[in-house]
Design a protein around this ligand. Structure first.
Ligand SMILES: [Zn+2]
Length: 407
């Protein structure tokens, strides 16, 4: 049966969200803060958009104040990458460590809600893979209050064996029985974060050159690329064979244990959820793995600076968050996600969208294509004919759209 997306009023949505009796797990999500202690400026790719570099801290504080004030606080927060901007490493007067410290101080202030990090491209403009892995661990475990054993946190790098190639930034944790959270490293195979003489750099360079992108010094350069090939850009990356194997093993284990799995990473995975320029190089291999299991309920990502949503034929939801950096500091850019037995509720504030989604844990269908019908008062007529995605939501002024999807 085709899923049907229907609009909800704010009152209806609040009622659904506040029905706490069947809540399994609640967590917060933020992305693309891109903090830098420098002046605001228009986005390089669209002069109508503005980047509020210092406003990132205001956004983070408002998000945590909100979560801290909730009757039932989120168990944890997922930070989907690009916490600080690459400008920190380039501009006089900005400093990568100082910028990261500003954000860490805030997470420390609210350390009863542990913040887990995914690596973004901007992390790797500022730090080596090894350094960012250690810094994130420092924030989460040493300076935070997290007891890694309590949430079965399993990082995939060891202090005794650190090099940029050995530092694996994908990991898992289990905040409670029945829920597993998997962080993907969408820059595992990339020319950023690895030295040019490393195997993974060479693999990434080969992927780029095979796909008509031979100028490795050019960023955000896709004029000569078409369609899905727009993902083959230097600021993106992919998952290594080893990471894919690890992911498959984790999902196999979750399937056996009847767990619900939330997966997150920086770049997009589903072509209908974001622009092709924001997808992981081998997104299709990840989707193929997802399709073999019924435990994955959603994949969360940032990187696109535009809200997006799609659902695949297996009922897995792909949610792309708009993020902080291009959201005016007087607004908000965060979401609270509630997992219920049969529903996934995304309560987006400010530039983030709100969704009421069904959780499909029935055996996956791999062949049926599902079309979606959109009936949403907030989507203009032209967009409502686009039946399988909600991209460009942020261009609809003053809305925080609430939609319900039923399969
Ligand atoms: Zn990014």
């Amino acid at each position: 049966m085709a899923p049907n997306i229907q609009s909800k009023t704010q009152t209806q949505f609040n009622q659904i969200e506040q029905e706490e009796n069947d809540v399994i797990c609640k967590f917060g999500v933020i992305t693309d803060a891109q903090f830098a202690n420098c002046e605001d400026r228009p986005a390089w790719y669209n002069k109508d958009k503005r980047r509020y570099y210092r406003g990132a801290i205001t956004h983070l504080r408002k998000a945590f104040n909100h979560w801290d004030s909730m009757k039932v606080k989120p168990k944890f927060v997922l930070q989907l990458g690009d916490l600080i901007d690459g400008l920190n490493n380039e501009e006089v007067g900005c400093n990568s460590l100082d910028a990261l410290e500003e954000t860490f101080k805030l997470f420390e202030e609210f350390s009863d809600i542990a913040t887990f990090h995914a690596v973004g491209n901007h992390e790797l403009y500022n730090f080596s893979r090894t350094d960012i892995a250690l810094l994130f661990r420092e924030s989460l475990i040493n300076r935070g209050k997290l007891n890694p054993e309590k949430v079965h946190l399993q990082l995939n790098f060891h202090s005794s064996d650190l090099s940029d190639e050995n530092t694996l930034l994908y990991y898992k944790f289990q905040p409670q029985q029945g829920i597993k959270v998997i962080a993907l490293d969408t820059f595992d195979v990339s020319i950023i974060g690895h030295s040019p003489d490393s195997l993974k750099y060479k693999q990434a360079a080969e992927i780029l050159s095979k796909n008509n992108h031979s100028c490795l010094s050019k960023w955000d350069y896709d004029e000569h690329l078409e369609g899905l090939n727009k993902r083959f850009q230097t600021q993106n990356g992919g998952l290594s064979e080893n990471q894919l194997k690890w992911l498959k093993n984790e999902l196999e284990e979750s399937e056996k244990n009847n767990e619900k799995v939330v997966v997150y990473g920086h770049t997009g995975l589903h072509p209908d959820s974001c622009d092709a320029s924001c997808l992981a190089y081998n997104y299709d291999e990840v989707l193929k793995i997802f399709s073999q299991f019924s435990c994955v309920i959603c994949y969360l990502s940032g990187h696109a600076h535009t809200s997006g949503y799609s659902v695949d034929e297996n009922g897995i939801h792909y949610i792309v968050l708009h993020g902080i950096i291009e959201t005016c500091p007087s607004s908000d850019a965060f979401a609270t996600i509630t997992i219920k037995k049969d529903q996934l509720i995304v309560d987006g504030k400010g530039s983030e969208m709100s969704l009421v989604l069904p959780i499909n844990t029935m055996k996956r269908k791999t062949t049926e294509t599902v079309d979606m019908e959109i009936d949403n008062e907030f989507i203009n007529e032209e967009r409502s004919e686009n039946t399988d995605k909600f991209n460009d939501y942020e261009e609809i002024p003053g809305t925080s759209s609430i939609v319900e999807v039923s399969v």
